[in-house]
Design a protein around this ligand. Structure first.
Ligand SMILES: [Ca+2]
Ligand SMILES: [Ca+2]
Length: 75
């Protein structure tokens, strides 16, 4: 149940980020042809939005990333 609530919170935060992006009229932040609303990596830095939200980095800022690449451990 706690895991479910955490994922729900992550989804809400992600939606909030996407909404803020729309308000700021950022339609396709990384110019890859995929609109932010459905882009799994809005800033195009190679880190999925959900991973950025989980780790507290900004999914709209490619300069905001993790120092440690723990999420890449699985290959
Ligand atoms: Ca995009
Ligand atoms: Ca990203």
């Amino acid at each position: 149940m706690r895991y479910y609530m955490r994922n729900l919170l992550i989804i809400i935060l992600l939606l909030a980020f996407v909404t803020l992006g729309s308000v700021a009229k950022i339609k396709d932040k990384d110019k890859d042809g995929i609109p932010n609303a459905i882009d799994e990596d809005i800033d195009g830095d190679g880190v999925p939005n959900i991973v950025e939200v989980q780790h507290g980095t900004d999914p709209f800022n490619p300069m905001s990333y993790l120092i440690e690449d723990t999420f890449l451990g699985g290959g």
